[in-house]
Design a protein around this ligand. Structure first.
Ligand SMILES: Nc1ncnc2c1ncn2[C@@H]1O[C@H](COP(=O)(O)OP(=O)(O)OP(=O)(O)O)[C@@H](O)[C@H]1O
Ligand SMILES: [Mg+2]
Length: 359
């Protein structure tokens, strides 16, 4: 499961700075395949302290974290949906993303040009969301005549057409589908490939003053809720990743933050998309695997290999905490903490698993 987050926003707001910080962090931790897929796609490890603990218990040679792909998307300007700036080029990139990380400028530096000449996160979000909404409206309006014809010919259900019309009404009222479309049938909406139907994460790229300004943060959080908001200084994050881990932790603490913005972003991205991880461990590697919340053991096994899902027999499962308490797999077994689970078992975050299967 490759989770892809598209980084979108106005030009010159710090998208590439954030992306570079994200990807260079990758290169430093480049012990997994295909670290760079394309120049503008970066694979970023999801920080997970549990893996280090597992690697100690199992004397693993390698640690393989779960990953998130980030795509740096060209800046979007007002009128983009009508061809301004780089026009609709951004659409193709955003369509492929599972979630949109909207980077908004909240830093003051007068030496950095703002395309609209003033710093106003609220206006910028409105500009970007308006362009995404207009692009979605174009998509739906283009599809409408075809849908109407298909419904007449009984090739498509009436509900699909109705949902398209309801989505158009929402968008025309200036609402994104992810913010206002809870009443729509998600499985139908999915077929339309709408950008505003994707989950949004808002990153406010700010400076020291902004990081300390709780009132401003509260206001912006409220503005984008229920979407999540992250406040970070992309320039500072880019500097942090140049440092040794302990130096970086010290710098971070000095700046009054308890988690690097990049780590927050990977974590919130996972959460927003309803994902979780389970763990496998042995002398070769300790590894985290990405699955959806509510997935069953065979589905989870399928992430390692499709044969594991088809030939699934059972799973030996111990929770990470029980394993750490016991100190070893043998002791966890002796204490009866290692469970044998069947096909219907629903995975929990942090399960340490060994699958038994037929091939
Ligand atoms: N938090 C920050 N504080 C001050 N300056 C910043 C901050 N973040 C980024 N910058 C500066 O803003 C400028 C624009 O950054 P960047 O190139 O990352 O923007 P971008 O959004 O990728 O732009 P484009 O859409 O044109 O590609 C750079 O000079 C960068 O150093
Ligand atoms: Mg850029």
């Amino acid at each position: 499961m490759a989770l892809t987050i598209g980084i979108a926003g106005l030009p010159n707001v710090g998208k590439s700075t954030l992306f570079n910080a994200l990807t260079r962090a990758t290169v430093l931790a480049a012990n997994y395949p295909f670290a760079t897929i394309e120049p503008n796609v970066g694979v970023v490890p999801l920080p997970d302290e549990r893996l280090g603990t597992l690697a100690e218990i199992f004397s693993s040679e390698k640690i393989l974290p779960a990953t998130v792909n980030f795509v740096d998307i060209a800046g979007i300007v007002r009128g983009a949906s009508e061809g301004e700036g780089l026009g609709n080029q951004f659409l193709a990139n955003i369509r492929e993303a599972d979630a949109i990380c909207q980077v908004t400028r909240a830093f003051a530096d007068p030496d950095v040009v703002h395309v609209d000449g003033k710093i106003s996160p609220k206006d910028d979000i409105e500009t970007i969301n308006t362009e995404l909404i207009l692009a979605d409206l174009q998509t739906l309006e283009k599809a409408l005549p075809r849908l109407e014809k298909e419904v007449r010919g009984k090739k498509t259900e009436q509900a699909v057409l109705d949902t398209a019309k309801e989505a158009i009404a929402l968008l025309e009222a200036g609402t994104t589908i992810s913010a206002g479309g809870a009443g729509l049938d998600a499985s139908i909406v999915k077929q339309f490939g709408l950008m505003t139907a994707k989950p949004f994460i808002y990153v406010f790229n700010t400076d020291d003053d902004g990081l300390a300004d709780e009132a401003m943060q509260a206001e912006l959080r409220e503005l984008v809720a229920p979407a999540q908001a992250i406040f970070l200084d992309a320039k500072f994050e880019a500097e942090l990743i140049e440092l040794e881990p302990d130096e970086a932790a010290e710098m971070l603490a000095e700046s009054g933050q308890d988690e690097a913005g990049l780590d927050q972003l990977a974590r919130v991205g996972f959460d927003t998309l309803g994902l979780q991880t389970y763990l496998t461990a042995g002398p070769k590697e300790s590894r985290a695997w990405t699955i959806g919340k509510g997935w069953t053991a065979p589905q989870a096994a399928g992430v390692i290999h499709t044969d594991f899902e088809r030939g699934f027999i059972k799973a030996e499962v111990v929770s990470f905490d029980d394993l750490v308490d016991a100190g070893s797999m043998a002791e966890a077994k002796a204490r009866g903490r290692v469970r044998i689970e069947g096909k219907d078992y629903v995975m929990a975050d942090g399960d340490v698993v060994e699958f038994r299967f037929n091939v």
